[in-house]
Design a protein around this ligand. Structure first.
Ligand code: CTP
Ligand code: CA
Length: 225
């Protein structure tokens, strides 16, 4: 980032960051997944550590090396992520949900590989809803004053969609990215606006994910006081 290395404004704080994208198994060789690279969550973890925080990074299937000086917990599914987040949140001053959590998972898991059947069309895959980890964290805070931060990738009217989502989730901050072809997923750079429950809006110009991460930590540090 562009900040001074002496500014350890998160010293003494514990922050929890989720990153990557969950995978929901269908059988031993297949899963439902998404295109999240984990880069934004890892940038959040690195920048928080650089600012002096104790960092727990809950990594869902990100093909990235563990950042130095960060406690990394690897998870696969949304339900594993939920358990890991709840455990880590007990001591956290802030929880940032940068992971792309699968909204649905296959209703059934086949313990053996699903095979083609000669002359037959495949069975449809039934799906069920996953828990909304962010909404649960916001509704049932592990500590008074704990800050809960979400991310949202939106198209069309991204501000209106973001405002509605912030209210629906009950979180303190929502980082809204505009997505499209080659935008945000896997990219090194992104453009965003951070919406706050108090009504404030912080635009973050197109730039490196570290810069967006530092803006999120600025807003968090400010609110933690
Ligand atoms: N999230 C979560 N648990 C879920 C789904 C999403 O914790 N089951 C979190 C994500 O980590 C992110 C935020 O909620 O921080 C917003 O995710 P998003 O997919 O944009 O929200 P949804 O409510 O699933 O809305 P949509 O129907 O637009 O996908
Ligand atoms: Ca979703």
């Amino acid at each position: 980032g562009e900040r001074g290395t002496a500014d350890r404004d998160l010293a003494g704080r514990h922050v929890v960051v989720s990153a990557g994208g969950t995978r929901e198994p269908l059988d031993p060789v297949r899963f439902l997944g998404n295109r999240s690279s984990g880069k934004q969550g890892y940038a959040l973890a690195r920048t928080a550590a650089a600012r002096g925080a104790r960092v727990t990074l809950l990594s869902a299937n990100a093909a990235l090396p563990d950042p130095a000086g960060v406690d990394v917990v690897h998870v696969t599914t949304a339900r594993e992520l939920r358990d890991a987040v709840r455990q880590a949140a007990g001591t956290a001053d802030a929880v940032v949900m940068a992971a792309a959590v699968a909204d649905f998972r296959p209703a059934a898991y086949a313990t053996g590989k699903i095979k083609k059947q000669e002359g037959k069309e495949p069975e449809p895959v039934a799906l069920v809803r996953n828990p909304d980890i962010l909404a649960e964290l916001a509704a049932d805070r592990a500590r008074p004053g704990q800050l809960i931060v979400g991310f949202a990738a939106e198209t069309d009217d991204i501000l209106a969609n973001g405002r509605a989502k912030l209210r629906r989730k009950g979180c303190d901050l929502l980082v809204v990215n505009e997505v499209g072809e080659n935008k945000t997923f896997g990219a090194e750079e992104s453009e965003a606006v951070v919406l706050a429950a108090d009504g404030s809006e912080t635009p973050v110009p197109y730039g490196r994910k570290e810069n967006l991460a530092d803006t999120v930590w600025d807003l968090v540090a400010n609110r933690l006081g």
